[in-house]
Ligand binder design. Sequence first.
Ligand code: 16G
Length: 436
Amino acid sequence: MDLGAITKYSALHAKPNGLILQYGTAGFRTKAEHLDHVMFRMGLLAVLRSKQTKSTIGVMVTASHNPEEDNGVKLVDPLGEMLAPSWEEHATCLANAEEQDMQRVLIDISEKEAVNLQQDAFVVIGRDTRPSSEKLSQSVIDGVTVLGGQFHDYGLLTTPQLHYMVYCRNTGGRYGKATIEGYYQKLSKAFVELTKQASCSGDEYRSLKIGESLNIGVVQTAYANGSSTRYLEEVMKVPVYCTKTGVKHLHHKAQEFDIGVYFEANGHGTALFSTAVEMKIKQSAEQLEDKKRKAAKMLENIIDLFNQAAGDAISDMLVIEAILALKGLTVQQWDALYTDLPNRQLKVQVADRRVISTTDAERQAVTPPGLQEAINDLVKKYKLSRAFVRPSGTEDVVRVYAEADSQESADHLAHEVSLAVFQLAGGIGERPQPGF
Ligand code: 16G
């Protein structure tokens, strides 16, 4: 490690004194103007992670759905997964180290993780369209190069595309080509193949009689509409599990099944197929008699169409489109399968959102005292109702969710719960007002 060069460059990406940030649900996120030092340091950390895993690591500069003036950064692990939890802690320590302690933290991480500093490192970088992203990704590059890492800057990419690139590069191109064309080719080829099979009836696909029965699970979060959960359990007869908000929690749970389908109400989700199932399907596609072979081929294309590296809205949309074509359903017919319960989401400003802690996959508030009891009493006033609150992992707010049998009831319940949060959890600014 060239400590002299690190000190020199670090001074060019100086940390504002006293600023404390946390590697949260989706990496670091805050106002873009506070992130220069974090970007530089995440470049350094990506190199250490790359050396340790002897693999390509991804760095994505984005704050996703946050306001434009925010930005953020997250690291992508070798198989396109989210960064391992122990490295999230290293990321937090490194980002928060004051200038004079930064080198020591860097050395501590290398020692703790037995990083061979002689090993080569390769980092791929992507960014979103925010005006601040280009400069911030340059700071990541500074961090990578000062530690002697090689890099490829993909420029503008969606986050799932960067996950795809990392996965491709670390699987020797077997999964696909690590280029933007490669990504589109992979999805479009699987889509075209799949829709060509529209002659094969949905029943063959449904039976999944490829070998013994598969262990299928659906994973949702507390935000999933109550009607969707009921439909899955009572009509589709599949087991449904609830995890904390954030792709990494759902992804982790979905990995427990032969086929794990996970989805968040805000659009993140995918279906994961275990390696054993994928192999079985591929073998069946070669061997079985005609009808079953067709069904296996179809499943093989569905697996290819889902971006296995991460939840990907583009690939999910194509899968839906293809399955609707195969089943001969219109979007309207699909939408009419069940009706969502009316619901409302609100935000409440509080002095410190960490005063709210939760349990039971964020469906129950543990602190502050009295808040859960207040929510329980409010929920009792409405039919088919449910409400919960949780501190956001990406914005400085508390989120409130309510659903009930009518929109008016859902709106009232959400408002009343907001008032309870405001009173019991240290609300600041104007009291929440009714009406939306
Ligand atoms: C991030 C997460 C998403 C989660 C959302 C919750 C990833 C890739 N994305 O966008 O899964 O639903 O944050 O935001 O992890 P919140 O904590 O502000 O409600």
